[in-house]
Design a binder for this molecule. Structure first.
Ligand SMILES: [Fe+2]
Length: 256
């Protein structure tokens, strides 16, 4: 039986955000993903108010159309409609009808790259009120998850989240606290391949070794160099944690 390989984050749908520019480009991306071995692809266009307004019905309709086209073309991928939500002030209003990651209660969310870490716990609480949990996209690319430089580490930076009584010099990982509260993290294969630079690659490897990630995504926007990126990124992961653990991660270690 073919082993499941799941792309949890992909901009495959044509002309819907800054991903695939047209149907032909979508098909090229789909062919690369299928050739690499992905069996399921979560179609996760951006939903950013005032920029990419991809509401659920629109994404569901586009995903179904794309699935029909892939089936006709003989490209074996199972598509799942999803959304890459943006952590901003407009997110709470979207929550009642937002697309989750498959049938789970996780929502794929991205933090603005330059946002400070203190926005994360507050959004986690807002999702929790609705019974939702964040699957945080590519934390290695977000400043919010860069190692803390402030004296006292994460605990000192977020007393309301961690509690006020703590040793000021105690270093506590915000990410592990978020994991304990049910958050999950999705790593980008491109980060491991070095496509966003050395610093992000090293951070991705550090998070990988710390067991932060529950799943991976191609975060594909275009077909150029995609195949090389996938193989290079996966190769780095295999080199760090071994074939078996890497395959588990590619299948997704959290259940939807
Ligand atoms: Fe994305």
């Amino acid at each position: 039986m073919k082993r499941e390989m799941i792309d949890y984050h992909c901009h495959l749908l044509p002309a819907i955000d800054d991903g695939a520019s047209d149907l032909q480009e979508s098909l090229r991306i789909a062919m690369v993903l299928a050739r690499f071995g992905f069996t399921t692809v979560h179609c996760t266009p951006h939903m950013i108010r005032g920029c990419y307004e991809n509401l659920p019905e629109h994404v569901v309709r586009n995903t179904a159309t794309m699935q029909t086209i892939l089936d006709k073309e003989g490209i074996e991928l199972h598509l799942v409609p999803g959304t890459e939500h943006y952590l901003d002030e407009f997110l709470p209003a979207l929550l009642p009808h937002a697309l989750t990651v498959g049938p789970s209660n996780y929502m794929l969310v991205e933090a603005p790259f330059r946002a400070d870490a203190d926005v994360i716990p507050s959004f986690t609480s807002i999702l929790a009120i609705r019974g939702l949990l964040p699957l945080i996209a590519h934390p290695e690319r977000c400043k919010a998850f860069a190692p803390p430089s402030r004296e006292g580490g994460w605990r000192a930076a977020f007393p309301a989240f961690f509690g006020r009584h703590h040793e000021p010099d105690e270093q506590v990982s915000l990410m592990h606290h978020l994991l304990q509260s049910g958050c999950r993290f999705q790593g980008n294969l491109g980060s491991f391949a070095g496509m966003y630079g050395d610093e992000i690659q090293q951070r991705a490897i550090l998070f990988l070794k710390q067991g932060v990630y529950s799943c991976l995504g191609s975060d594909s926007h275009r077909s150029a160099d995609l195949e090389t990126m996938l193989y290079t990124g996966y190769g780095v992961i295999v080199a760090e944690i071994g074939e078996s653990a890497a395959a588990d991660l590619l299948a997704g270690t959290f259940r939807t």
